[in-house]
Design a binder for this molecule. Sequence first.
Ligand SMILES: C[S@@+](CC[C@H](N)C(=O)[O-])C[C@H]1O[C@@H](n2cnc3c(N)ncnc32)[C@H](O)[C@@H]1O
Length: 207
Amino acid sequence: MARILNDYPSVALKPEDLDGKIDFVQIFGRRGPVHIEIGSGKAAFLLNQAMTQPEVNFLGIEWARKYYRYAVDRIGRWSLKNVRVIRTDAAHFLTNFVPANSVECFHIYFPDPWPKKRHHKRRFFVPANLEQLLRRLTPAGTIRIATDHAEYFEQIQQVLTTFSGRLEKIEFFPTAGADVGEWVGSNFERKYLKEQRPIYTIAVRKV
Ligand SMILES: C[S@@+](CC[C@H](N)C(=O)[O-])C[C@H]1O[C@@H](n2cnc3c(N)ncnc32)[C@H](O)[C@@H]1O
C-alpha cells in the first residue's frame, strides 16, 4: 500500500509565497552557508548530508510533484531543521529568486540526460545555466556533479571548459550518505550501480 505523505510547512517552501529575491536567513531562521541541490529527487542526499552538516542550510529544488512530496515527508519525519524543499523549475528559480553570491555549493546529481538528440535542449547543464550558477556562488563556492550518462558528461565537461577562466577543477569527494563504491548514495546512483553503469563525477570551484 502506498505510504501516506504528509506536508510539513516547516520544510516545504512554496513558490507562491516568494516575492522577488529570497532571504536565506529568513527562510532558515538563522545565518549559515547555503547549499542547493538541483533535482533532489527523493532527498536521499539531502537527508544524509544535512544530518552530517547541521551547520549548513540545505535547499532542494525538485520539479516532479511525486518526488517533491516524498522529499518533504521524509525530511519532515526526520525533523531536520536545516533543510527546505521547493517544487519549481531550477533554472527559473535560480534566475529570479536566488541572490548573487549567496550559495556555497550547488549539488547536481544525476540530472536528467534527455538522451534523444532533439531533447538535448532540455538539459539543465548548458552555458546559460552555468552562468547563473556562477553568479550565485559565493567566492570559492563549488559545483559538484555526478552522472551515469557518458555523452552528457562530455557536454558538461565542454561547458565547464568554456568557463575555464572563472573556475578550477577540484577533487570530488563522496557525500556523507555514500556507501563503499558509491559517490553520492542517491536513489538514482543506486539504481544505476545495480545496472552496472559507470558513474562520472566532477567538481569545480569558482575562482
Ligand atoms: C534522474 S533524477 C535524479 C534525482 C536525485 N538527484 C538522485 O540522484 O536520486 C533527476 C531529477 O531532477 C528533477 N528535475 C529535472 N529537471 C528539473 C528542473 N528543471 N528543476 C528541478 N528539478 C528538475 C527530476 O524531476 C528528477 O527528480
